[in-house]
Design a binder for this molecule. Structure first.
Ligand code: GLN
Ligand code: ZN
Length: 739
């Protein structure tokens, strides 16, 4: 069999032992010099190139590594620097744009397509003068070439994708006109370096509404194609949809598509590929952690047999998976045997290229299947679900009358209180078995007592225990339920120096015992005021984990929902009259293409309804969501049928609030009055103004008062001062109403 070339589209860039995070944080604290940070950065890159060379990848994507964010890198390389940063230079400028500097706010962070990676949003104002500086990129490429030779293929973030990710003050076509010459210069420089191919990443092409962009793509790529080495146009995260026929006609030599999401397979079958073009087949899932099943890849590759020139690769950059599954040797062998992180995926790509099957692949899956036999009880419960399993027992008005009575403008928080160094140390000591469980619980309880005391003193109406026992709102539950595995080294970048370790859902989910009742009871024992039970919702647990791929996500969400449903029963038995089920990831899980929204929202909302549908009428069910822009999914928000929703609002200036009110949202709402991501303390008058504004959109009895989100990242001084001001404003407003 003819050998198929293999390629990569990006590799993890945080360091196998999180070296880059450590170096960044030391540098920011002034403990190491820039020189030493650069050294670590280079070491991490070189390790990645050597790894890819060693397994035998033919075309190694290079230049994707970054100190903080690759979108920021391209923003700076093109000199797209917003006014407020123009006096700063060098690394200071880089980190000022990433994290802010003396009173200068940073660029906004937002999600990179439908992944859990966040990039910095370029701001391109009218006065911007694009000006290229590719020195550092070209240096990366040169160092890569020194190690991997001609296999090095520079990865370039495409111009139209870059602009579509940005906040633009001018029409895109105008800015594009200014930056295309810079891209041409770059391609020329790469040509001069002897580069044989360039990857241009254009994920914008998988979103809806590409037709307006078609002329821009045509014009740009006609110019880029003439400027330098042959271009491999790369897209990922979904299929090309309607854009397929014209995208494949762009003057590029290769097109690389994602064959793990969407239906590029059908598009290639239907429209074929122009003569002489190479197809990059992204068949190894770059966003999940399972070994590729041979039967699936064979079907795709055989089906593409007509195409003359094929290459195999991962579906996208491997930055979305951790480095090495083989390190997770604490896991059962049968599970570890079917995991593939970045390095294992490299081996898979090479095996696909040579047409060989990886050693023991079939056996590994057979062993796994024997091990993960499934939970018959969970399965049986799923089969017995009826439509009333997804609904509260009575309509809102009827159950509201039976629920808790509170003063107007009830005051609450979103759940977490400061996760101070002491709190983290306490959890760390318990994890390392330096203290007993009893000692640990006593430590947690002391914090609970402290937070309850503080909330009482502040005059909060619905209290929380503070979530001191949770390092992370998903991991905490994953540790307690069957069907989840936690990794030890499985870090992936969420943004900059923030890495997360998503749990892996490998089997049927089941709750084996109460997960939150002990802390709830403890908190409630310290106060007469109601304490909220605090749960993470099924969709958020699913979206922030790697999910199994052998059953639909919908089914996994329902399994988690059933576990939470049982937890609600236990919380009620323990005396909870208010229970919050957080779903911050519900909106961000929306598929990239609108055509798939409805299906997602149907099951996602159903999962929430299944989790909460068993609650007694007397139980007030809250939910919390952080992100704005609910207008387009209002029916789904409403269908959650939560009694109270708290939302982020301080940052987004009442937008969501106005939208919900416009749609006639009839239940209760807590629009945040305190931006928890800022060190600013909101003042009393400001909060009063906000609350009066809420009353313009909502009936007074609908309004709750709370911060935007959990307070875990703030310190106690800030929290006490802010909540103190909020409480004072609420007292004043209540007096106004009574007067
Ligand atoms: N209850 C969680 C907390 O307060 C909610 C966090 C979130 O919305 N991301 O920390
Ligand atoms: Zn939140």
């Amino acid at each position: 069999m003819k050998k198929t070339l293999t390629q990569t589209l990006g590799y993890p860039r945080i360091g196998i032992d999180r070296q880059l995070k450590k170096a960044l944080e030391s540098y920011w604290k002034g403990k190491i010099e820039a020189q030493s940070l650069q050294q670590t950065f280079h070491d991490v890159q070189e390790q990645g190139w050597r790894e890819q060379l060693q397994v035998g990848i033919d075309l190694i994507g290079v230049g994707d590594s970054t100190l903080y964010d690759h979108v920021l890198d391209w923003t700076l390389r093109l000199g797209l620097i917003p006014e407020r940063f123009r006096d700063i230079e060098g690394l200071d400028l880089y980190f000022a744009m990433a994290r802010g500097a003396q009173g200068i706010p940073p660029l906004k962070l937002t999600k990179w397509y439908d992944t859990n990676y966040h990039y910095l949003v370029p701001e391109i104002d009218d006065g911007v003068l694009p000006e290229a500086d590719f020195t550092e990129f070209l240096d990366q490429v040169a160092r890569a070439k020194a190690i991997v030779g001609d296999r090095a293929v520079p990865i370039v973030l495409g111009p139209i994708t870059l602009l579509s990710l940005a906040n633009l003050e001018q029409p895109m076509a105008d800015v594009l006109e200014k930056i295309i010459p810079l891209y041409e210069d770059l391609l020329q420089a790469l040509d001069a370096q002897g580069v044989t191919e360039v990857q241009i990443h254009e994920p914008r092409l998988v979103l809806d509404e590409t037709s307006d962009l078609k002329p821009l793509y045509k014009r740009s790529f006609e110019r880029l194609a003439k400027a330098g080495p042959p271009i491999n146009l790369v897209t990922f995260f979904d299929d090309l949809g309607e854009a397929y026929p014209w995208v494949v006609e762009l003057p590029v030599s290769a097109i690389t598509l994602d064959f793990t999401r969407g239906d590029n397979f059908a598009l290639v079958q239907k429209y074929g590929l122009p003569q002489g073009k190479t197809l990059g087949v992204g068949i190894v899932d770059g966003r999940n952690v399972w070994r590729t099943r041979a039967e699936q890849t064979r079907e795709v590759l055989d089906g593409l047999g007509e195409i003359e020139d094929l290459r195999v690769s991962a579906s996208c950059s491997l930055q979305f998976v951790p480095y090495v599954a083989a390190r997770e040797d604490h896991m059962p062998q049968q599970l570890q045997g079917v995991l593939a992180f970045a390095n294992e995926k490299l081996a898979e790509i090479v095996a696909l290229g040579t047409g060989s099957t990886e050693d023991g692949l079939e056996q590994a899956w057979a062993d796994y299947r024997e091990f993960a036999t499934g939970d018959s009880e969970t399965r049986a419960r799923l089969e017995q679900l009826r439509s009333d399993s997804f609904a509260r027992k009575t309509p809102y008005e009827e159950r509201r009358a039976k629920q808790i009575e509170l003063p107007p403008f009830p005051l609450t928080t979103i759940g977490s209180f400061p996760q101070t160094a002491e709190v983290r140390r306490l959890r760390g000591r318990f994890k390392r078995k330096e203290i007993s469980e009893a000692e640990y619980q006593a430590g947690v309880d002391a914090w609970i007592a402290y937070s309850i005391g503080a909330q009482e003193a502040l005059g909060m109406d619905v209290l929380v225990h503070g979530e001191f026992e949770r390092s992370d709102m998903v991991e905490y539950f994953a540790e307690k339920m069957n069907g989840f595995a936690l990794t030890r080294f499985g870090w992936v970048q969420s943004y900059g120096n923030r890495y997360v370790r998503p749990p892996i859902i490998w089997g049927d989910v089941r709750r084996t015992s109460a997960m939150t009742v002990r802390e709830f009871k403890k908190a409630q024992s310290f106060t007469e005021k109601p304490v909220k039970g605090m749960l993470t919702g099924p969709v958020t647990i699913l979206n922030w984990s790697y999910s199994r791929s052998d059953i639909p996500r919908e089914e996994v969400a329902f399994q988690i929902a059933l576990a939470l449903r049982d937890e609600i029963v236990d919380l009620e038995a323990a005396g909870a009259s208010v229970i919050q089920v957080d779903e911050p990831a519900l909106r961000e899980g929306l598929p990239l293409k609108r055509a798939r929204w409805e299906d997602y929202l149907r099951w996602a909302v159903d999962a929430f309804r299944l989790a909460t549908g068993g609650a007694r009428d007397e139980t007030q069910v809250h939910t919390h969501m952080c992100y704005a822009e609910f207008g387009d999914i209002y029916p789904a928000i409403d269908r959650l049928n939560a009694d109270v929703i708290s939302i982020e609002n301080a940052r987004s200036g009442d937008q969501t609030l106005r939208e919900l009110a416009q749609y006639g949202y009839g239940r209760e709402l807590g629009p945040g009055v305190y931006d928890v991501h800022s060190a600013n303390i909101p003042d009393v008058e400001h909060i009063k103004t906000r609350l009066r504004a809420y009353a313009k959109h909502l009936r007074p009895e609908q309004i709750w008062v709370n911060p935007d989100c959990g307070l875990k990242t703030r310190n106690w001084d800030e929290v006490l001062a802010s909540l103190g001001n909020i409480a004072e404003a609420v007292r004043a407003i209540r007096e106004e109403i009574e007067a």
